[in-house]
Structure formats: C-alpha cells, structure tokens
Design a protein around this ligand. Sequence first.
Ligand SMILES: Nc1ncnc2c1ncn2[C@@H]1O[C@H](COP(=O)(O)OP(=O)(O)OP(=O)(O)O)[C@@H](O)[C@H]1O
Length: 344
Amino acid sequence: MGSIVAAARSGRLPHVGELAPAAGGSAHPSPDRTVDGMTAIDVKDLTKVYAQVRAVDRLTFSVRPGRVTGFLGPNGAGKSTTMRLVLGLDRPTSGTATIGGRPFTRLDEPLRQVGALLDAEAPHGSRTARAHLLALAASNRVPDRRVDEVLEQTGIASVASRRVKTFSLGMRQRLGIAAALLGDPQVLLLDEPSNGLDPEGIIWIRELMRGLAAENRTVLVSSHLMGETASFADHLIVLGKGRLLADTPTKDFIASRVKPRVRVRTTEPARLREVLLRHGHSPVESDEGRMLIDGVAIDTIGPLAAGEGIVLLELAAEEATLEQAYLDLTSGATEFSAPTPQEA
Ligand SMILES: Nc1ncnc2c1ncn2[C@@H]1O[C@H](COP(=O)(O)OP(=O)(O)OP(=O)(O)O)[C@@H](O)[C@H]1O
C-alpha cells in the first residue's frame, strides 16, 4: 500500500494503479460484496480540514448500485477530496467513508472491487498503453485477457502499442477508464470522465456509464456541468464549500427547481396570444417575433395551438433553466467567482 501513502503525501491525484496493493490477497470471492452482489458507498459525517480550509464539512450521503450518481459542485466544492477520502488516499479529519461497509484500505484486492479515474495524466509516458494495462493486471491478479477486453471496450485497441506520451488528452482519458474497468469492479468512481473527449466520446462515456449501472454496479461521476450530468445521471449529489446542498433523484431536482418555459413562433402572433391568455397563460414578447411562456411545457402549448388551427413555426423547451437552477443552488457556495464590475 506504499504507493497509496506516497500519492496521498504528494497531494496529487493518483492513477488507479496506485490504488491497488502490490500483490497477494484472497483468491476467494470477496466478502465485501453483499449477498445480492450489490455494493454501496457510504459517507458519514465526513470532514476534512486542510490548514485553513474545510474542504469537506460533515458530509453524509450514500451512493447506491444500479444507477449513475452525478457528483456536482463548483470548483473547490470538495468533490475530489471526497473521492480521495473514499479511496483511502487521504485520512479524514473525522467521520467515515466505506465501500460495501468497509474502508477502502481494508478491502481485499481493491482494484477488483473498485475502479477509479482520478488523473488521466498519471500513466508512465514511456510505456505503451497495453504494457501499462498488463502491468496493472499482473500486480492485481487480473487475467491478461481483460487487457484486450478493456482496450476494445474503450476504443483504443488500435493504438494499444503506442507510447502513452504520444496520446491526446482524450486517448489518455480512455486509457484511464480502461484501467478503471480492468478489474471488472462493482464500484466505479470517475472524476470528470468526459474531460478531453470529443462529442462522440462524450456520447460513448454516457452510454458506458448507463450500461455499468444497468449491470447493477455503483457508479459515482463528478462534473461541473449540470446539463451534461442530468443527461446520464439518475441521481444527483450536489456539494458547495464542502457541504451537501442536494441529494436527490435527477427527475425530482428538475421537477422541484426547474420551471418549464416554452419558446414559440407563429404566423399568427395576435391570435396565439389571445388563445394563450384565454387558457390562463401569460406570453411575453421575445426577439424576432417569438413569445416566451413561463410555467408550461411544450406538450401543452403544441396541442393547444393545433386545436385552434394555428401554424407554429417554432416550438421549443428553454433548456438553460436546468443549468440556471444549479447555479442558483450553488451561487452562495462558490469558492472562486469573477468579481462583479463594482467589486473589480
Ligand atoms: N492537499 C490539499 N491541501 C490544502 N488544501 C486542499 C488540498 N486539496 C484540496 N484542498 C482544498 O480543498 C478544497 C476542496 O478542493 P477539491 O479539489 O476537493 O474540490 P473540487 O470540488 O474537486 O474542485 P474542482 O472541481 O476544481 O476539482 C479547495 O479549497 C482546495 O483548495
């Protein structure tokens, strides 16, 4: 476990390879998996104080299997610190973080139970991708065939014999994900996994995470971006200044915080306005002949216009509102924010 200690002391984020013990461990099925094969992450009253900073402040939440949990918060909110504490890379000031009921450092063969993506830059640059994964597999008693499986799964099989230092950020990110998947773990912690990926890669990682959750794995994924996270996460945990701001199913977050709004354009604005008012809606003029209608969904306005024989040239749900709800929630808990013109 020396590498874990070294990584923790250096303060940098480790690669998954550093999370694994050098060798040994039981060949038997792990007792850390619960009887039905499901493993949760449980954080209780977790606090981490660095000199003057309370990076994590009395945090309590659980991450359940069978769903993707988005871990959100502005810069400095404490997401990475929490992940490091869960992975035993740092000691909490107080409180506990467990996986399947045990602290990470007490798990047998952790790489086979927990996969983590924390720092895509970590693999040794002069090694090839395949050599990097083979070394990880060998030191964790993972069969070599898994190396080819994860290279295929992450779309980097064709570049597996290239040195990692020639990889783009997106390729390194895929290699980091391949390493996280190597031990076929029940639990995955992914810190900003779409970082550096192109649009196709972003769709791929989204589907990968959905697939892992569908296999009843526990998947915790950090991000700054609410809109993107809401597109794949079933559940959201939102932090601000180390504290828990929300722990809620994504659909409940949207239902309770996002007021729907419809944008519409028609060939007959006066008549549409009159119909909307008659049905209790309050349209507001917008740019280029558009109207905005608060508190209503497109599936109400579309049929309403159709029923009156009004032609719609445009009918859209305003999408900025989810990101806005997140910004509103975290606005008082942002560590770094640009000064307003008056403050500057
Ligand atoms: N090793 C450390 N020593 C001192 N302060 C630290 C250390 N690690 C983190 N911090 C501080 O703890 C707070 C939380 O940082 P953390 O990296 O966990 O946030 P984050 O939510 O992951 O942010 P980001 O999205 O920017 O990665 C910040 O104020 C950070 O400066």
